[in-house]
Design a protein around this ligand. Structure first.
Ligand SMILES: Cc1ncc(COP(=O)(O)O)c(C=O)c1O
Length: 374
């Protein structure tokens, strides 16, 4: 049987991961500045992560969510230690798209409304409602186009108010730092009006932190830089360092009731152990200061390359914009320089999403290669 082709593939076969490096089947070593799409937070094959997972495998891997799983409570408690707002509740699932489906469903239950406001260039996943609120018609099927969605320009408070006045909006979904769309960011003024307008018009706010969460931008969640108290926060990628896990944090305004949500695999014993281990390991690093310092270092090095038009993004969620398309440059970075980077819907932009454990010397390696190729 053959595989159903869904992505164009680079001709590299990784067989091993080691910290910020990937090793392929020909024993070639690649610097990972992509983190498998912002997933690798603590680095590949972290010994503590492996040890914890092995121990858990020997105990129990999975059991039904109809039975108590204390690891879920431990994870909720641990996430609270990292998150500045109190009293949210945790629901666990398996991916970012699933987190968004559950978030949208809850907001619609809560408000009894169904139109969603999303933003130009947003990406929220590939399942039913998540893809409907993603700004890319090429990847939507007719079934996905049934949802009631309005796309607005990012940071346009006037249009937001006009749409909310119509009274039928259940949720406004925001990536404070856009990922797939190319690292555009919200501004403080916009978030202030979003917070006020959503309250006034009784619409929920969903902060999509699937890519930007778990310290990717330096803060635990990227929205924490602002004065915003979302109804729901979605998370996934960096949460499990490659073990599939996603989740939503739910504001106490939304009350739990049996039947609203449910899942077979979400929050299983192994997934919780993976995420608990990620947090345990991240706690040992002074992440906030480290990420601020690495971002500044990255920006300083980038200034020395004249063909770079702009650096976008925040923390270790960065984009390098060139005045030309970067497809060939990314191909050369992988195949000639052995460095993985990411693309985005902005064809002129390289996305940088390394493990949060990188050091300045890895940034030096990256810029040496970039200089050679540009
Ligand atoms: C901001 C954002 N939301 C949601 C998703 C969907 O996550 P997943 O691929 O785990 O379903 C992604 C994936 O890239 C994302 O970047």
């Amino acid at each position: 049987m053959k595989l159903f082709e869904v992505y164009p593939l680079y001709d590299v076969i990784p067989i091993k991961g080691e910290g910020v490096y990937i090793i392929d089947d020909k024993n070639k070593k690649y610097l990972d500045f992509y983190g498998g799409h912002a997933v690798i937070s603590i680095g590949h094959s972290h010994p503590k992560f492996i040890e914890n997972l092995k121990k858990q495998i020997n105990k129990i891997i999975f059991y039904s969510n109809a039975i108590i799983n204390p690891l879920q409570n431990q994870l909720a408690k641990k996430i609270q230690e990292h998150f500045s707002i109190k009293n949210y509740k945790l629901f666990l699932c398996n991916s970012g798209a699933e987190a968004m489906e559950n978030a949208l469903k809850l907001c619609s239950f809560h408000t009894n409304k169904k139109r969603i406001i999303s933003f130009k260039n947003s990406f929220h996943g590939r399942t039913s409602a998540a893809i409907a609120i993603t700004d890319n018609d090429n990847i939507k099927s007719p079934i996905n186009k049934q949802q009631k969605v309005t796309f607005l320009e990012l940071n346009d408070s006037k249009s937001l108010e006009e749409e909310l006045k119509k009274g039928d909006v259940c949720a406004i979904v925001i990536e404070c730092v856009q990922g797939v769309g190319g690292l555009d960011q919200v501004n403080e003024k916009f978030i202030d009006s979003l917070e006020k307008l959503s309250k006034k018009h009784k619409a929920c706010v969903i902060a999509d932190e699937v890519q930007s969460g778990f310290y990717r931008t330096g803060d635990f969640f990227s929205f924490e830089k602002f004065n915003l108290k979302p109804h729901i926060i979605t998370m996934a990628k960096g949460m499990g360092n490659g073990f599939p896990i996603g989740g939503i944090l739910i504001n106490p305004e939304i009350k739990a009731k049996y039947g609203l949500l449910g899942t077979t695999f979400g929050g299983n014993h192994l997934a919780c152990t993976a995420s608990l281990s990620v947090l345990e390991i991240l706690e040992k690093i002074d992440l906030k200061n480290k990420i601020i310092e690495l971002e500044a270092y990255f920006r300083k090095k980038a200034k020395r390359i004249s063909s770079i038009k702009k650096i976008k993004g925040r923390g270790l969620m960065l984009g390098i914009e060139f005045p030309f398309e970067v497809k060939e440059l990314r191909r050369k970075l992988i195949l000639e320089e052995r460095i993985f980077t990411g693309g985005s819907s902005n064809k002129n932009l390289i996305r940088i999403l390394p493990p949060l454990t990188i050091e300045k010397k890895h940034i030096d390696l990256f810029f040496n290669s970039l200089k050679k190729l540009t």
